[in-house]
Design a protein around this ligand. Structure first.
Ligand code: ADP
Ligand code: MG
Length: 446
């Protein structure tokens, strides 16, 4: 029998193909196969939280990958090998395990923080990992690490979520911290109100005695001279006392129109980071997380499809998911690729006419620049084999053809060959952008 390490390495290699790399790293980065005692396979990770996630969502891929190594279906037992060392920054990728009876979604009037915007449900990926890392620095050393901390980026990319999450984390460390989150608009209204009711000194006190001040969407003060004056003094007061200031904006400080130079130069005096729109991997991670939060199940291929289709920002992604989930509920349907494609207006209801398989083969052949007869023939050249695998995948997906029939069409191959091809392309669909684009283009043409 192969040794445990080797079995585990091969199992991980297989899992790696199926999971996005942040998920893979978080779940299995510190995992080990400890023991095999047929039918049990004992796997250790570094936390109960991770075990929970694996149990909930990755048990089947894990068990299957292990089975492929062992030759028999293992019964998984998950244990914790060690707690993460103190000071560990936590996983690079985090997903909430939602409490079904979620706490009411109200913001806290003392701090202005909303309970939803925490790091526990903040997905970290290429688009925001620098901002995330900087945020961790602030949490470790508020007031000193980066002051001010200026986060900028387009709409719906997670600026508010990130700066509020910092607030939550600072308060968790020090519950009596004087911390306040305001939008620049609220700050402005507050100021106007204070002037009206002649309570300006109370206003000043309120903001200048804080330990942490978070102002969201600071671009709002553009052109508002009086507000800028007040922000300037508030800023200076807090800054010289080493109080943490966190700002967000839809553009860099120097690009905010009609902002006094003395303010933009102060805003640039600490650390300025941007958050980009999420890339494909991150969109997948966010869809998974939201699905979990909404308590809905979405198969991988439908997730990939949504992630490929909605390229804009996280807010929009969430909006679509909520709509898809509502639609599924109202129509009492499960969410799958067919349903998701319908949702995005991409042709074909289940009942509408299906393309003929010959048409499908010719579109695949054209895409991969091979002949239809090659796809149906015996040749094993790389591009022909790939075209054939894609054809198998699409005949299954689009025409829901039985494996045997697909095998007959594709040169008399047996059903396990077809199954492997289908699985392989299914995996590549998630990991290989070029192939994904090709497949979606074919699907649109059918
Ligand atoms: P912005 O302030 O940049 O316009 P928000 O912070 O309001 O964007 O984010 C929009 C939505 O997307 C919110 O519902 C937020 O919870 C969600 N969101 C943003 N970034 C992330 C992330 N990294 N992980 C999970 N959800 C996110
Ligand atoms: Mg915002």
């Amino acid at each position: 029998m192969k040794n445990l390490d080797l079995i585990w390495q091969n199992t991980l290699a297989e899992l790696k193909l199926q999971l996005s790399s942040p998920v893979f790293k978080t779940l299995f980065g510190k995992s080990q196969l400890i023991k095999i005692n047929r039918p049990k396979a004992i796997v250790a990770t570094n936390s109960a939280y991770i075990n929970d996630l694996i149990k909930k969502r990755y048990q089947i891929p894990l068990a299957t990958a292990l089975k492929n190594q062992l030759g028999w279906q293992p019964q998984l037992v998950l244990t914790v090998s060690q707690e993460p060392p103190p000071g560990d920054n936590g996983p690079l990728f985090q997903i909430t395990t939602p409490k079904k009876a979620a706490s009411p979604a109200h913001y806290d009037s003392r701090t202005g923080l909303h309970p939803r915007f925490t790091f526990a449900n903040f997905v970290v990926g290429n688009a925001n990992n620098f901002a995330y890392a900087a945020a961790q620095g602030i949490i470790k050393n508020p007031g000193f690490a980066y002051n001010p901390f200026f986060v900028w980026g387009g709409v719906g990319v997670g600026k508010t979520h990130l700066i509020q999450a910092i607030g939550h984390e600072l308060l968790r460390q020090k519950p009596d911290l004087h911390l306040r989150y305001v939008s620049a608009e609220t700050f402005t209204n507050d100021l106007v109100q204070a002037i009206r009711s002649k309570e300006i000194s109370r206003f000043k006190q309120k903001y200048r005695q804080l330990d942490t001040l978070i102002i969201d969407d600071i671009q709002f003060i553009s052109g508002k001279e009086y507000v800028q004056e007040e922000i300037f003094h508030t800023f200076n007061n807090l800054y010289i006392a080493n109080k943490q200031i966190i700002l967000s904006s839809d553009c860099r400080p120097e690009e905010i129109p009609k902002l006094e130079d003395r303010l933009s130069s102060r805003f640039m005096g600490g650390l300025t980071v941007d958050i980009q729109p999420p890339d494909y991997e991150m969109r997948v991670a966010i869809i998974r997380q939201r699905a979990e939060l909404l308590g809905i199940e979405i198969p991988q291929e439908a997730i990939s499809f949504i992630a490929e289709t909605v390229e804009t920002n996280i807010r929009e992604l969430e909006g679509f998911l909520t709509q898809i989930s509502a639609l599924a509920k109202s129509q009492k349907r499960k969410i799958d690729l067919v349903m998701v494609r319908e949702f995005f207006g991409l042709k074909k209801t289940r009942s509408s006419r299906r393309p003929h398989y010959r048409h499908l083969l010719s579109v695949v052949a054209k895409t991969f620049q091979v002949k239809t007869s090659d796809i149906q023939g015996k040749a094993r050249r790389k591009n022909i084999a790939l075209a054939r695998h894609v054809a198998a995948y699409l005949l299954r997906k689009e025409l829901e053809m039985p494996l045997e029939k697909v095998g007959q069409i594709l040169g008399g191959r047996d059903h396990t060959t077809i199954m492997h091809a289908e699985n392989k392309i299914g995996r590549l669909f998630s990991t290989n952008q070029q192939l994904r684009h090709q497949i979606i283009a074919i699907q649109k043409e059918l």
